[in-house]
Design a protein around this ligand. Structure first.
Ligand code: KIV
Ligand code: ZN
Length: 508
């Protein structure tokens, strides 16, 4: 049976999701989990895009073993050189070169003639091959490109040394039948058995998974996916849906893969926690309702024989096997070990901080699980967005049936104490007003506030995520605590003090 290679782009296309900005530490934690999951290719980022991207790709290349680490590059010398530099320490490296091939993209975006685009493909793929043996070439917006041009582009890329050809449905426009036909025609026209054909589908019409599977049926042996389907706009094809369809319906697809499906649930939870992209309850495979049976008829069937209503078991994807790991008496060694097992690295000082938080939470509940630990780790280690120049000293908020909510905050900036109060329609609004006044941040807008439980029970942790718009940028704050107001204050402080630093440094 053929093997379909799983190319994960959670850290590149997934990270391009609006509102997502992962720190290097967070990317490393996700990369470790992707390696554990068994992805064949791990697209770690786009090194030329920013210093942060470059650093993250280099760190992943240096420390993650197993998958081939991939870096994205446009058809430009600088991009390829930067990608190659970031991948220097990887055991196995791939450069992923792309350029748009559709008439609309070439004319309106690139302002290049088709001949100029073909010339770029040859020179850039050739350059990439001087650095690595494994080069993927993608025709961006392939599904709105002319077939003959795709064939020309693909052949030139192969002549220049590309080993994988990818035909993305960049704007989520194609349909399964159309994509099947496109890939079939491309396979017939570029029949080199050494070249792997690949699919990369976006979900604008909700067809990303169906289209990816159609591509596999037509002979693609690489599929590009992201955990939880995150990615540009409506996202990418979801890793868990593609993989579990290939697994559950092997009879139809007749291909195998290298994914350890028992690691899927943890990957989903980790990506959701660190990216702040909440998984919808009815999401296939990993949503909280994915294995729940509500109606009496279904429950009756399940009790008699699970396979009446279950085509996959929760165990198949590692669902619900979060381990009860720690309590207030857990020692430092157990904590450090569990963090290491989860791929959550921390320095000695950070472990002390995490231990204090675990002990405090352990006073409230005695079953601290992996998700609690991930949330605490994220706050103490993962987030690099924290303000270095402000410190939250005190806060207070009051609300009730008879008074308008009021809040007070006190923040230390250098040697100065900045404090103020505010009132609002609710306690969050009042706190927001108090912070913006204390830090003299005007005008800023609280554009989103999300509250979601991390662990069950009255004393369970809840995650607060907020988004703030001001001074021409979007910023995020995120915190977890069993006290929802405390989590709100920490998240507001994180986002607003980040903005404060930018204003002080005249970056905004
Ligand atoms: O959607 C797309 O076309 C891409 C390419 C860069 C592969 O993400
Ligand atoms: Zn994409």
């Amino acid at each position: 049976m053929d093997t379909v290679r799983i190319f994960d782009t959670t850290l590149r296309d997934g990270e391009q999701s609006p509102g997502v900005a992962l720190s290097t530490q967070e990317k490393l934690a996700i990369a470790e989990q992707l390696a554990r999951l068994g992805v064949d290719y791990l697209e770690a980022g786009f090194p030329q895009a920013s210093l942060g991207d470059f650093e993250a790709v280099s760190r992943i290349a240096q420390s993650i073993k197993g998958p081939t680490i991939t870096a994205l590059a446009r058809c430009s010398r600088q991009d390829v050189e930067r990608a190659a530099m970031a991948l220097e320490k990887a055991d196995k490296a791939r450069i992923h070169v792309f350029i748009a091939t559709s008439p609309i993209h070439m004319k309106a975006k690139l302002r290049m003639t088709p001949d100029e685009v073909l010339e770029k493909i040859s020179t850039t793929v050739r350059l990439a091959r001087t650095y690595v043996d494994d080069v993927e070439f993608s025709c961006e917006d392939a599904t709105r490109s002319q077939l003959n041009f795709l064939i020309q582009a693909g052949k030139l890329a192969v002549e220049a040394g590309a080993t994988t050809l990818n035909f993305p449905d960049t704007v989520g426009y194609t349909t399964p039948r159309e994509y099947y036909q496109l890939i079939t025609s491309l396979r017939q026209s570029i029949p080199d058995p050494k070249i792997t054909l690949s699919v990369h589908c976006h979900d604008d019409l909700g067809l990303a998974v169906a289209n990816s599977l159609a591509g596999i049926e037509a002979g693609c042996r690489q599929v590009e996916v992201a955990v939880n389907g995150i990615g540009e706009r409506a996202g990418n094809a979801s890793l868990e849906e593609v993989v579990m369809t290939l697994t559950a319906r092997e009879d139809q697809y007749q291909v195998q893969h290298h994914i350890n499906t028992h690691e899927i649930y943890r990957a989903s939870q980790l990506v959701s926690q660190l990216s702040g992209m909440v998984v919808q309850p009815n999401k296939a495979i990993v949503g909280k309702n994915a294995f729940r049976h509500e109606s009496g008829i279904h429950q009756d069937g399940m009790l008699k024989d699970r396979s009446t209503y279950e085509i996959l078991t929760p165990e198949d994807v590692g669902w619900g096997v979060t381990k009860l790991v720690l309590g207030k008496h857990s020692g430092r060694h157990a904590l450090r070990q569990r963090l290491e097992d989860l791929g959550l690295h921390a320095t000695a000082g950070q472990i002390d901080q995490i231990q204090q938080r675990v002990k405090a939470l352990g006073e409230l509940k005695n079953d601290i699980n992996d998700q609690d630990l991930e949330a605490i780790w994220q706050e103490e280690v993962g987030q690099e967005r924290r303000s270095r120049s402000t410190e939250l000293i005190r806060w207070q908020v009051s609300t009730g049936s008879d008074n308008r909510p009021v809040a007070f905050v006190s923040v230390k900036v250098g040697q100065d104490i900045k404090e103020d109060s505010g009132s609002g329609d609710g306690p969050v609004h009042a706190l927001f007003q108090a912070f913006t006044r204390a830090l003299s941040l005007e005008p800023v807008e609280l554009t989103a506030y999300h509250l979601a439980p991390i662990s069950p029970g009255e004393a369970g942790l809840a995650a607060v995520r907020i988004e703030i718009h001001g001074y021409g940028c979007e910023t995020r704050g995120q915190a977890a605590d069993s006290d929802v107001m405390k989590a709100t204050v920490v998240a507001l402080h994180e986002a607003l003090s980040y903005l404060f630093d930018r204003v002080q440094n005249h970056v905004a």
